[in-house]
Write a protein that binds this ligand. Structure first.
Ligand SMILES: *Cc1c(COP(=O)(O)O)cnc(C)c1O
Length: 474
């Protein structure tokens, strides 16, 4: 058959719109998306005919599945672009996968605040205008022991606000070894510059001494700053100046001491066999004037930047115009308050805050989970080209926290015969609920630490989907 006749076999848009299955979807998917999908599939078919890749039989076959292809395309168009995935990587605070998870009950509180009016900026006692920052102050000061607290959009904003308020047009002394970059776009020196403060970097990459700081102090010095180098370590011949030592300088020269802690640890993680990470409480106890940290790293709450410290400084920050630009919305406040209230009972915090729960998960529990997932896989997936094994592996905290820490875990290793492991990994990512896994030496690993039991069926179905997809390609 010549091309002209093949083109005639292509159905008309209006005819496809009348198809029962397409018609039924008109309630669920906007008509425009359906029409776009029909046009795109027809164009693709037309292109294939034009490029001489199809004969009559193939056009007939394509026409038979045309509605399926259109529905799939329309559903993809209609799906949210930001959506849930399964994190099989074992990286708990995964920067690319949304960092910390939030407890369901915490989210119920957010839901309640979001679908109803709230006292966001209303003082219920006085019946007059209130402050959105008031809701969090008591709980944060209670937990951290600080005099005062405020919250902005993220920790980068917190650092910027602190420096802009306390050191604009003046100098802040920081160790060269602490001039770090976080996540590519946040560099301490650049943030400092943007804030209007001048960075006075002292010491060398591996060693900074107290006298380096002391020598840099002059009449234009606005403060001493310490940055917790949470995402890397310098090993070997090193020395840095501790907060205790800096405190002596602070006292001697009457300068404020500022600390960017990054992770915002509120419980001592060494209890779970992890390396000791300085807690916010420690910094406050040691006399740091202002401490900043993230809400969605080790704290395990929503994205936020928390500033705690002396009231005189926090009061000034509230008046800084940047505060309006960095202000948190009501969802953040609701989620943060509900997360922080779990910290009033440390056991509750560890059980209910997903980040802490995953960090503290025991090998027994991981083993049990691995066995359950393994059984599910063996029972459901009957495919000789695919085998599963429970293996020892390591998880990571992630989020630039505890970079050297490798936490022993259990993983499912998936080995495949005769199919490309990279294609299989891609197929898992293309499942309805994408499954993000890790490839190591031609096998796929799914770490049990970062997957919940209620995700097991998704993983099983996703693996089946991936196998079917690859079989279809071969
Ligand atoms: C992560 C981090 C930041 C940035 O925090 P965000 O909440 O991602 O803005 C700043 N400083 C340190 C030390 C960090 O670890």
């Amino acid at each position: 058959m010549d091309k002209k006749n093949l083109f005639k076999m292509i159905p008309k848009v209006d005819d496809i719109l009348d198809d029962d299955r397409i018609n039924k979807l008109q309630d669920q998917i906007p008509r425009k998306l359906l029409v776009d999908s029909i046009r795109e599939e027809i164009d693709a078919l037309r292109k294939d005919i034009r490029d001489n890749t199809m004969d009559e039989e193939e056009v007939i076959r394509r026409n038979q599945i045309l509605v399926d292809l259109i529905l799939k395309r329309a559903e993809k168009k209609n799906a949210y672009k930001l959506r849930r995935v399964v994190n099989g990587t074992g990286v708990i605070i995964h920067t690319n996968l949304g960092r910390s998870l939030i407890d369901r009950q915490v989210m119920e509180h957010v839901f309640d605040v979001a679908i109803n009016y709230s006292n966001l900026e209303f003082d219920l006692d006085k019946g007059e205008r209130g402050s959105r920052y008031s809701h969090l102050k008591d709980i944060i000061t209670e937990i951290t022991g600080a005099e005062d607290a405020m919250v902005v959009n993220n920790n980068a904003a917190a650092v910027m606000l602190v420096l802009s308020t306390m050191a604009k047009d003046r100098e802040v002394i920081v160790s060269i070894g602490e001039l770090i970059e976080i996540g590519g776009s946040f560099r301490i020196p650049e943030v400092m510059e943007q804030s209007g403060a001048t960075l006075k970097a002292v010491g060398t990459t591996n060693k900074t001494h107290l006298h380096d700081y002391e020598r840099a102090i002059n009449e234009n010095t606005a403060g001493l700053m310490k940055v917790h180098t949470s995402n890397y370590r310098i090993l070997g011949f090193t020395s840095s100046v501790s907060i205790d030592e800096l405190f002596t300088l602070k006292e001697k020269y009457n300068l404020p001491l500022i600390e960017d802690l990054g992770s915002g640890v509120l419980v001592d993680l060494s209890k779970f066999g992890l390396e000791y990470e300085p807690t916010v409480q420690d910094s406050i106890k040691k006399g740091v004037d202002v401490v900043t940290f993230s809400g969605d790293k080790l704290l395990g709450g929503p994205q936020a930047g928390i500033i705690v410290g002396k009231k005189e400084y926090i009061d000034k920050m509230k008046k800084n115009p940047l505060t309006r630009a960095f202000r948190v919305d009501k969802f953040t406040i609701a989620a943060l308050e509900a997360t922080l209230s779990l910290y009033l009972d440390e056991q509750a915090a560890i059980e209910r805050i997903p980040t802490l729960n995953m960090i503290s998960m025991s090998l027994d529990e991981l083993n049990y989970k691995a066995q359950r997932l393994y059984d599910g896989l063996i029972n459901s997936i009957k495919d000789n080209s695919c085998s599963f094994k429970i293996v020892d592996d390591y998880s990571e905290v992630g989020g630039g926290s505890l970079p050297l820490e490798r936490i022993p875990t259990k993983a499912i290793k998936i080995s495949l015969d005769g199919v490309s492991i990279n294609q299989f990994e891609k197929a898992l990512r293309e499942y309805d609920i994408p499954i993000i896994s890790r490839i190591y030496k031609d096998n796929i690993f799914i770490d049990l630490r970062t997957v919940r039991e209620d995700e097991f069926q998704i993983i099983i179905d996703g693996i089946q989907f991936g196998l079917n997809r690859l079989k279809g390609c071969i």
